[in-house]
Structure formats: C-alpha cells, structure tokens
Design a protein around this ligand. Structure first.
Ligand SMILES: [Zn+2]
Length: 324
C-alpha cells in the first residue's frame, strides 16, 4: 500500500515540483551500507536501489564533493548534491564503488581509523547483531542496566522499540560502561558480529578512484560522553593526521558518529584543520552557508532502504513537508 502511494505521487510528478525549491541549495545524502544483506534494525541500501537512485540523481542534480563546493557554487545549472558515506564498511568497496564508477560519480566517505586498522566492529553494529540473532533464533534477549531489567515483553513484543530504547540508553554511557554491557551479552550468548570493514589498502584505492575520504573519528565513540581532552583530540585530530598519512592527501571533512555533536566541539574541530563538520538532521543546506570563512557545519539527509519512489520523494524532502 505504502509503495503504491509513493509510486502514484512519483507518477504525478511531485518530485519535480518539490525540486523547484532547490535552487541555491546543496542536498547532502547520508549513507552507510550498500549490500544485498538484510538487517532488520539497520538495513543496507540494496545495490539495485542504489543504482536506480544514481540514475535519477545524475539526471536532475550536479553531483559534487566537498572540495568542489567553492568552485561550482556560482556556475551550477542544476541543484547541487553530495553523496556522503560513513563508517567504511567493506560493502562500499564491493557494491557501491563499482556502481559509482559505472556512472562516473564521485562521493565522500568518512572512515573510522580503528575500523580500517583492526577491522573493529562499531558498537551499534554489534548491538544490532545481538538483536538480529535473538529475533531470528527466538533467544530471550535480556539487558540489566543500572538495576533495571529490559526484555522484549516490556515493549509489547516490538523488537524495533526494544532496540531503539537500548540504543538510546547506551548512547548516554561512556565507552567502558557501554563496552561492558555489550561484551558481557556477547560472551553469555556466544554471539559476535563478524562484519568486514575496509582496510587501509581499500580506503587508499577508494581515494584514488574519486572518493573524497574524510574522518568519522578515531574509534566511533560517542563524542558527547568523552570528558578527557586528550581522548577528544585523538578522536578528532589524530584521526585526521593518520588518515592523511595513509592516503597521502589532505582531508577536510569530519562526520561525527551517530550524527551527533554540540557547539563545544567546534573549536577543537576547527583547530584540527577541518573545513566541514557533518551532521545528520534531515535538512538541506542553503548555498550561502558555504560562503563564510572558517568551519562550515553541514546538514545531511539520511537515506534508508525503501522503494525507489519513496527514496526519491525523501530526497526531495517530501517526508519533512508532510510532517509539518
Ligand atoms: Zn557511524
């Protein structure tokens, strides 16, 4: 039913009407995994959908990267758009890169140092793996956090609500407390995520093939929970220095994990030498916001795996408009 409604809106030409309001803006899409794998809690974009989206975007947008912004700002005929990936999953290299190359489209990808160095699996992915396995194998997944017990029955058997609640609680904890909760469960249930992240060789190859590499912090910790200044510098500044050494190019972009950040970080980010600080807040950027000097804060619109018509309408901000 939902798909039919979006197909009909697409057929009526709603995307082209919405696009009229996009002159003098830059749309920046936030993407993560592109894969044929299915994940109930963090579903990768299907490669087929990704390909169809690129066909659409190429037709109606000027697709650029962050380093091009100052040059193309004045001359664009079509609205501008950037494809911005986070995390550095291997499936980017496997599925997304060949499709981008086929269409001769460049993109931005923000890398986590520890993922590229040690194939570290991001805590959110480990958490989702625990949930996916428990759902699939009917395991009674139980969390005991600060003397409060949580299991599926507390959420009317709604796995998504259960997952979101635990995610939000863990997001407020520091690394050690978070690690302890996830690690204990992994051990007790003998469930451990085994995703593959891009290593530095693959990151370097992306960089040589029109992928603008940026930082997604050193370890993908929740930056708002880091109180130690040295730790913060590692996440932001040391991350940049290492990535630049590894790919032998300067980098300008920092994307904070979980789309988060607050203004207290701006100074550290600017002093580390970044030009762009990326958020995920489902907004688009007026071009004018890129003309001021200093650190530019950038809004991104999160894409999910859904029908092509709904994806297109999401890119054209339909979902925001009906929410108002
Ligand atoms: Zn991330």
């Amino acid at each position: 039913m939902r798909e039919k409604v979006f197909n009909f809106l697409h057929f009526l030409g709603v995307p082209s009407i919405l696009r009229l309001g996009k002159n003098n803006t830059i749309t920046i899409l936030s993407l993560h995994r592109v894969s044929t794998d299915r994940d109930y809690f963090f579903d990768p974009i299907n490669p087929k959908l990704f390909n169809e989206l690129l066909v659409y975007l190429k037709k109606y947008y000027e697709i650029i990267t962050f380093k091009d912004i100052s040059e193309v700002m004045k001359f664009n005929k079509k609205p501008l758009l950037i494809l911005s990936f986070d995390d550095g999953y291997y499936d980017f290299y496997e599925y997304a890169l060949p499709i981008l190359q086929k269409h001769k489209i460049s993109a931005n990808h923000n890398i986590v140092n520890e993922c590229a160095s040690f194939n570290k699996i991001i805590w959110t992915q480990r958490l989702n793996f625990l949930f996916n396995q428990s759902m699939k194998n009917k395991i009674d997944l139980k969390f005991e956090i600060d003397d409060i017990k949580y299991n599926l029955s507390n959420f009317n058997n709604n796995w998504l609500k259960f997952n979101l609640t635990i995610f939000k609680i863990l997001l407020s904890f520091d690394k050690f407390k978070r690690e302890n909760i996830i690690g204990t469960l992994e051990n007790n249930l003998s469930i451990k995520a085994s995703d593959r992240m891009m290593n530095w060789e693959e990151v370097k190859e992306c960089s040589k093939n029109n992928i603008e590499i940026g930082s997604h912090t050193f370890s993908h910790d929740v930056v708002s929970t880091i109180k130690n200044n040295e730790e913060l510098l590692k996440e932001i500044k040391i991350s940049k220095i290492e990535i630049e050494q590894r790919i032998n190019k300067p980098i300008q972009v920092l994307a904070l994990p979980n789309g988060q950040g607050d203004s207290t970080l701006d100074k550290i980010v600017e002093e580390a030498g970044y030009d762009f600080l990326l958020y995920v807040n489902d907004k688009i950027n007026p071009i004018i916001s890129f003309s001021n000097k200093g650190l530019k804060k950038v809004d991104r619109l999160n894409l999910i795996n859904e029908s092509l018509s709904e994806s297109i309408l999401r890119i054209e901000m339909f979902h925001q408009k009906i929410r108002k």
